[in-house]
Write a protein that binds this ligand. Structure first.
Ligand SMILES: Nc1ncnc2c1ncn2[C@@H]1O[C@H](COP(=O)(O)OP(=O)(O)O)[C@@H](O)[C@H]1O
Ligand SMILES: [Mg+2]
Length: 336
């Protein structure tokens, strides 16, 4: 079994609003193993991005990390990222160094008034001993690697001179600058056409093989999960409701939410011309989290008088996979 590289435990991140604190991340436990890919899936608004930003303590105002630990097992002594001082050099070393991050909104993370090259070179020089000339060479190589044509010219372009897809690729290049041990990629291919998307996914797989890089890949696309993941965590309304190896998850989804997500994936041949089922209803506003299991109002298998009252137990199966659902609770005498 691979070693844990990043362990998130009991993470809670909330946003202060006029109507109260929005519990965007509500007690998340996740582990990314060295050299492996963890895919985090779930509909929009489930807390995937806030979880990712919390790892590097990049949650924007009015958000606040309220509880939990984020343990980094790098080359040295493991430490809790959340308890470091703001000016601790280990935090700077993690951000853009040991951990590369691709944010969901490229516009928000590329500086508009600096060339792509300048931003790449700065990150490279912050995290390596390369001189300016060597850093520029590396910047051009990275642009080439992520599939930007004419990298010698584009290195001097400003973000507004590039298309959205190009900016996304430039951002991926920045995240890869320092050969990170962990790449956190938040829906990195959403803005890209399918050809470029396939190329980026190939690139990640290659890097993983060559550099033993771990990846935490956030997506709502189960096709991508099937292609990339070793392990999968399914999030719903700020919690991880199911966690399993990718094969086990697809072969035998336990949580009714996971089942509903999988049923909404088209199968080539079978689904031609057919309406695809979607998960009925929408993700509730986390401010108005339903009592009991937060999925029960949308759940086919909900048990009245139980799922609408009691919080579901976390059930751990023999092979270590987990599901937060009363259907598998031995104490309830239910069938697995
Ligand atoms: N700046 C903010 N202010 C208030 N609430 C926020 C803010 N950012 C995120 N949230 C809340 O956090 C929840 C999770 O957001 P997010 O992590 O972006 O979801 P996902 O990435 O899974 O689509 C959202 O439903 C929203 O209610
Ligand atoms: Mg998101």
């Amino acid at each position: 079994m691979a070693q844990p590289l990043l362990e998130i435990s009991g993470l809670r991140t909330g946003f202060e609003t006029h109507d109260g604190t929005v519990p965007a991340v509500d007690g998340v436990d996740l582990t990314v193993h060295a050299g492996k890919t963890l895919c985090v899936v779930g509909e929009s608004g489930c807390g995937k991005s806030v979880t990712a930003r919390s790892i590097l303590r990049l949650v924007e105002e009015p958000g606040r990390i309220e509880a939990g630990t984020v343990t980094w097992h790098g080359d040295d002594e493991p430490f809790d990222v959340l308890s470091l001082d703001h000016d601790d050099e280990r935090l700077q070393k993690l951000r853009g160094g040991d951990i590369g991050m691709i944010f969901q909104e490229p516009a928000a993370s590329l500086l508009p008034l600096r060339s792509i090259g300048a931003q790449l070179i700065e990150t490279i020089r912050n995290h390596t001993d390369l001189d300016k000339k060597a850093a520029r060479e590396r910047a051009i190589d990275l642009l080439q690697l992520v599939g930007i044509p004419k990298p010698h010219e584009r290195v001097d372009a400003y973000p507004f001179q590039l298309s959205g897809g190009m900016c996304q690729r430039a951002m991926i290049a920045i995240a890869l600058c320092a050969d990170p041990s962990l790449l956190i990629a938040d829906e990195p291919t959403t803005a890209l056409d399918v050809t470029t998307q396939a190329r980026i996914l190939d690139l990640m797989r290659n890097l993983q093989e060559r550099h033993h890089m771990a990846v935490m890949f956030i997506t709502h696309d189960l096709g991508v999960v099937a292609e990339l993941a070793d392990e999968v965590a399914v999030m719903y309304l700020g919690r991880v409701v199911e966690r399993a190896g990718v094969e086990e998850l697809f072969a035998d989804p336990k949580h009714p939410y996971t089942r509903a997500l999988l049923e909404s994936v088209p199968v080539l041949g079978r689904d031609r011309g057919r309406d695809l089922p979607t998960v009925p209803g929408t993700v509730p506003n986390p401010l108005h989290r339903p009592k009991g299991c937060s999925f029960h109002p949308r759940c086919r298998d909900a048990i009245a008088g139980r799922c609408d009252i009691d919080e579901p137990p976390e059930v751990v199966f023999d092979d270590g996979r987990t599901a937060e659902c009363v259907l598998y609770d031995d104490r309830e005498g239910a069938q697995a």
